[in-house]
Design a protein around this ligand. Structure first.
Ligand code: KIV
Length: 287
């Protein structure tokens, strides 16, 4: 008798970050294990409990309560005006709306640049009051003391390199890391963040070849946004991804739905019913 070979399964399919069977909350250890398995994974931003619960049910393993909330949720022109209190309130909502995702709270401009003690004070509030599992901050070498302090205190840190929107007033919105010197600086920043204990690095708006090189050089995962196909993970701002953002969106975004049109159509249909006297009807009415 010959034994039938079992159907071939990916080695750790049950543990996969996306599509895995686990129900407990994902931790930075799961993220590290995914890099070892060579698994790619998705991250989305989220700013409220209801949207976060939809993404959680869809299996999105990591949600970033990004300071992109400034432009995408709070009506500011950039991320710069966002306050720690605003990030706290929205992070707590996203934590309440999720059961499985690792929720990462963004440290907004002005909440960590003074130094490690300020960073620790701000990050501690996000962990204790909002319940996030990790925080994100911008900068590699320039934010090393902050990263080291947070990691030593037991707070997982996601680093953000390349285009760092909190520096828009000096940096502008353009591709970073072009040219040998800038590329070396980015690689140095990424390694510095890793050496300081960061568990992942966001690479925003950098050439694909450089992002691939950084990804190969690090043992922690890279998360790309406008950084080509070879990073370990990809992140999109959810309102861009779902077509809710009005006006121009960055070229690196892919729109997977047209929520702006869908919501507008729903609002117009409701208004037409009210004006035309066809809502409410008997089934919506109490006697
Ligand atoms: O704030 C944010 O949404 C971000 C992502 C673009 C990575 O930093």
């Amino acid at each position: 008798m010959t034994l039938q070979a079992a159907p071939k399964q990916p080695a750790d399919s049950g543990k996969a970050l996306y599509g895995g069977k686990g129900t407990r909350r994902i931790t930075v250890h799961d993220i590290a294990a995914a890099k070892e398995r060579g698994e790619k994974w998705p991250m989305l931003t989220a700013y409220d409990a209801m949207t976060a619960s939809v993404f959680d049910e869809a299996g999105i393993p990591v949600m970033l309560v990004g300071d992109s909330m400034g432009n995408c949720h709070l009506g500011y022109e950039s991320t710069v005006p966002v306050t720690l209190d605003e990030v706290l309130i929205l992070s707590a909502a996203v934590v309440r709306g999720t059961r499985r995702a690792l929720v990462v709270g963004d440290l907004p401009f002005g909440s960590y640049q003074e130094g490690p003690v300020q960073a620790l004070r701000s990050a501690t509030r996000l962990v204790k009051e909002a319940g996030v599992g990790a925080v994100k901050l911008e900068g590699g070498e320039r934010s090393l003391p902050q990263t080291e302090m947070l990691v030593q205190a037991g707070i997982p840190v996601m680093s953000h390199l390349g285009l760092t929107p909190q520096s828009v007033n000096t940096m502008g919105y353009r591709v970073q890391g072009r040219g040998d010197e800038a590329a070396h600086r980015l690689l140095r920043d990424a390694k510095a963040a890793q050496d300081a204990g960061a568990f992942a690095v966001v690479l925003e708006l950098v050439p694909a070849e450089l992002a691939a090189e950084v990804t190969r050089s690090l043992h922690i995962p890279t998360i790309g946004i406008g950084a080509g196909p070879d990073t370990d993970a990809q992140v999109l701002v959810w309102t861009d991804m779902a077509g809710l953002t009005g006006g121009k969106v960055p070229r690196f975004t892919k729109q997977y739905a047209d929520l702006r049109r869908t919501l507008g159509d729903a609002a117009r249909a409701f208004a037409d019913d009210v004006v035309g006297g066809t809502f409410p009807q008997e089934e919506h009415t109490f006697h």
